[in-house]
Design a protein around this ligand. Structure first.
Ligand code: G16
Length: 542
């Protein structure tokens, strides 16, 4: 064991989901070590307990795991459970923490951000409920990182991560486990695998899953191809690669374009889905159909009774503030609790622990339930397959039926990536300074009923998080939301979220881009996007 002198870095404040930086930053001497020591200081519960450790397999994953193992040993952790090859998806980590009642977990991932030597790396702490560390803890980590003077590390050889088995560093035990077994068993306990098997076996049913060369490859192959009998090749890009094959492991219409193309036309796939770097996001597609993540949350909750794991009842639904109000409608009609939280899965943990909600979701391709405390990509895909099997309907027919009953929330998000941080800050400040004047004004024939900077008080621990994004609400229920991303690693990313409600079934099949165009113009004018950022077009539209 040795104690190493170090000096603080001033940029180790965790963002929406842990600390994300360029690989080059994480490779600076002491950078990772400082942050890991700060985790052990801010969350002392790990001492004397078991830690789950794994990552999405991106470049630097293996090196970082060896460092964390050595530091865990020197910091008094008694046992570490590691996925073989250093691989564990984010939802799998959450499940392992809960199943084996460990004190927490560390996940190495920058999620949907690109990987490789010039890409991004990330690290996040999950606590003993299986969920992301709440803000009080992430702020404490940041506080320690600003004062750190030394860290503790064992001097030892690397542990063999490629063979399942038990190892030791001094007093600390290390168990290298199969990353998929426990997770696959959990999925089998929630869904009707026989019904899904029957659906997949139908000669006229076709599907594909794009793992985007990221962590879900081994999970998807086991579950879809080996357990559920889908033909070999159903899983595309199923081998995790350190640079995700040069791609951007973000399951959206832009970055999963090859998969999207396979759903088009008369011969398009009946069902297609994709997940991201660390396996917590999902995109759901049908033949000529795209399910917005906000609609997906609402549909899963509205149909929960068709899925064995949820047949016993549902307590409520939580959504992040920018997510469309589609799930609120379901909660209203079915008499369920409904919550609106800031962006970041960490805000859902208390609600699920107190059983105030069963389902949670975010517009950023995240949906999940209280089976874990993270969003869960493959869970959402299996849920949809279970719905298709139980109803005998197509993806589009499920969408149509839902809109007819609850109304449709047309929705779009514009991202302006890598804009100058100062301009982005200026845009938000300026908008905020005009909020009071906005109320009562008319735009495109709609009156603003309220405009604010979203603030949230957790109903369980009463902590407050303010400055979570600017909401402009219109009297007809439409909304425009402006927010700066908390997950980017260079410059700033402005996100503009727009939605409008339509309950006339005759008007529920219009083109989203067309319906949303007036909102794009209003948003652009309200925030002066072009003047402030120099951008005439967004980088990504979803
Ligand atoms: C993370 C968080 C999500 C959040 C998303 C987008 O997802 O876990 O809760 O919705 O970032 O955040 P932002 O808009 O701040 O970029 P992931 O999949 O990257 O871990």
């Amino acid at each position: 064991m040795k104690t190493v002198r170090t000096t603080p870095f001033d940029d180790q404040r965790p963002g929406t989901s842990g600390l994300r930086k360029k690989v080059a930053v994480f490779r600076k001497a002491h950078y990772l070590e400082n942050f890991v020591q700060s985790i052990f200081e801010a969350y002392p519960k790990l001492r004397g307990g078991t830690l789950v450790l794994g990552g999405d397999g991106r470049f630097h994953n293996r090196e970082a795991i060896q460092v964390i193992l050595r530091m865990a040993s020197a910091n008094g952790i008694s046992r570490v459970i590691v996925g073989r090859g250093g691989i564990l998806s984010t939802p799998a980590v959450s499940h392992l923490i809960r199943k084996y009642r460990t004190r927490g977990g560390i996940v190495l991932s920058a999620s949907h951000n690109p990987g490789g030597p010039d890409g991004d790396f990330g690290i996040k702490l999950n606590i003993d409920n299986g969920g992301p560390a709440p803000e009080q803890i992430t702020e404490a980590i940041f506080d320690f990182s600003k004062q750190i003077a030394e860290y503790r590390i064992a001097e030892t050889d690397d542990i063999d991560l490629d063979d399942i088995g038990d190892y030791e560093i001094n007093e600390m035990q290390i168990s290298v486990i199969d990353p998929v077994d426990d997770y696959a068993e959990l999925m089998g306990s929630l869904f009707d695998f026989d019904a899904i098997r029957g659906l997949i076996a139908k000669p006229d049913f076709s599907m594909a899953f794009d793992a985007m060369h990221a962590v879900t490859g081994p999970y998807a192959k086991r579950i879809f191809e080996e357990i559920l009998g889908a033909p070999e090749g159903t899983v595309m890009n199923g081998v995790p690669l350190e640079d995700f094959g040069g791609g951007h492991p973000d399951p959206n219409l832009v970055h999963a374009a090859t998969l999207v193309a396979r759903t088009k036309g008369d011969k398009g796939l009946d069902f297609a889905a994709a997940s991201d770097g660390d396996g917590d996001r999902n995109m759901i597609l049908g033949k000529n159909a795209f399910v917005t993540p906000s609609d997906s949350l609402a549909i899963l909750a509205a149909n929960a009774h068709l899925v064995p794991g949820y047949a016993g009842g549902v307590s409520g639904i939580a959504r992040s503030m920018p997510t469309s109000q589609a799930s609120d409608k379901v909660a209203e009609v079915l008499g369920l609790n409904a919550y609106e939280t800031p962006t970041g899965w960490k805000f859902f943990g208390n609600l699920m622990d107190a059983d105030l909600v069963t389902f949670c979701g975010e517009e950023s391709f995240g949906t999940s339930s209280s089976h874990v405390r993270e969003k869960d990509g493959l869970w959402a895909v299996l849920f949809w397959l279970n719905l298709l099997a139980a109803t005998g309907l197509s993806v589009q027919a499920i969408l149509d039926r839902h809109w007819e009953r609850f109304g449709r929330h047309y929705y779009t998000r514009y991202d302006y990536e890598e804009i100058d941080s100062e301009s982005a800050g200026g845009l938000m400040q300026d908008l905020e300074s005009r909020l009071a004047d906005l109320e009562g004004t008319s735009h495109g024939g709609m009156r603003v009923s309220m405009a604010d900077n979203f603030s949230y008080t957790d109903p369980v621990d009463h902590s407050t998080s303010s400055g979570q994004g600017i909401r402009v609400l219109f009297e007809n229920g439409s909304r425009i939301v402006f927010r700066l991303s908390g997950t980017g690693t260079s410059g700033a990313t402005l996100r503009v979220y727009m939605e409008t409600y339509e309950n006339d079934p005759q008007r529920q099949h219009r083109d989203t881009a067309e319906v949303m165009q007036p909102f794009v113009e209003i948003a652009s004018e309200l925030a002066g996007i072009e003047q402030r950022t120099g951008r005439t077009e967004p980088t990504v539209i979803t």
